[in-house]
Design a protein around this ligand. Structure first.
Ligand code: RIB
Length: 308
């Protein structure tokens, strides 16, 4: 089964400062390195999926500034279809990021043109690209994702929502979501309880049942928990790795998970592939620059696909 993945999501330019520790309020300190590169949760997820060799298309709006055109070039170099990318007046999205000595990040996004990602263009993309999986996040308006998911549902595609950054979900959007993939913070914002600690299993199962979705709760170094309504939870642990930069690890997970589901893998196998992929990404600096390259991604996926 061929995965055809449409990402309706964001682009950002990541401006990443690395320091052993992060400054207190009012403090200036000297950092260790700086990197800028392509980011945005949507773009990252699209790039990761494309590196497995899947046909991928992107729906987004960039600004008419110097950053905007570079996103088109980046996507083309990754083999991603940019037919439904648009350029609008104003600034492209940017993301100042701080990463501490443990590889843990803090991110502020300034969405800019992302806010103008057009619902009509998203609907057009679903009809023309004919995806098997439509992926979205919360760095563009939920109304755009709602339109895309409505079209995806009508076309029989699987919808995968990564509700990041954390925000309450429009109930109409939740009703069109097949897979919801929050991290710990996002789970707490949406469902009002913790996805870790005593009673977490019951809270996660109850959340999946009440929302009527399949849940993939990502827990960083603890791996992922899958909850399918009416079935026992499945925990997929993460391998021990030395993390230098966790930026984009969640996106590597989502891109790989979308590829796995779209390729017909069972949810647990898709999650195992995605956890392995995300774990690799924390070993390198930067966002898309830390993701597995094409050859490595295909080699990682081959045993899973052979068995499907
Ligand atoms: O998930 C990491 C991403 O979040 C970064 O690339 C940044 O741009 C923000 O969107």
């Amino acid at each position: 089964m061929e995965a055809r993945i449409l990402v309706v999501g964001s682009t950002m330019i990541d401006l990443i400062a690395y320091a052993r520790r992060l400054p207190e309020a009012g403090e200036t300190l000297v950092g260790e390195r700086f990197a800028s590169g392509f980011g945005g949760k949507g773009a990252n997820q699209a790039v990761m999926a494309a590196r497995f060799g899947a046909p991928v298309a992107m729906v987004n709006a960039v600004g008419d500034d110097s950053y905007g055109a570079t996103h088109y070039e980046n996507f083309r170099s990754e083999g991603i279809d940019v037919t439904w990318m648009r350029t609008v007046p104003g600034s492209s999205g940017v993301a100042p990021i701080w990463v501490d000595g443990n590889g843990v990040n803090r991110i502020i996004i300034i969405p800019g043109a992302n806010e103008r990602t057009d619902p009509a263009v998203a609907v057009e993309a679903v009809g023309a690209f004919r995806p098997t999986v439509v992926v979205a996040q919360f760095e563009i308006p939920q109304a755009t994702t709602l339109a895309a998911f409505r079209a995806a549902r009508a076309a029989g595609a699987t919808t995968l929502l990564n509700p990041a950054p954390a925000a309450p979900i429009d109930p109409a959007l939740l009703a069109l979501t097949d897979w919801l993939a929050p991290n710990e913070t996002e789970f707490a914002t949406i469902f009002g309880g913790s996805a870790v600690g005593d009673g977490a299993d019951a809270r996660i199962s109850a959340a999946a049942a009440s929302a009527g979705v399949r849940l993939a709760v990502t827990l960083g170094e603890r791996g992922v928990v899958l909850a399918l309504p009416g079935a026992p939870l499945v925990r997929v642990p993460a391998p021990m790795v030395e993390a230098v930069d966790t930026t984009g690890a969640g996106d590597a997970f989502i891109g790989a998970f979308a590829f796995g589901l779209g390729s017909g893998l069972a949810p647990e196998a898709a999650a195992r592939l995605a956890v392995a992929c995300a774990s690799e990404s924390v070993r390198g600096h930067g966002t898309q620059t830390s993701f597995l390259g094409r050859d490595a991604a295909r080699a990682l996926a081959a045993p899973y696909l052979g068995g499907s």
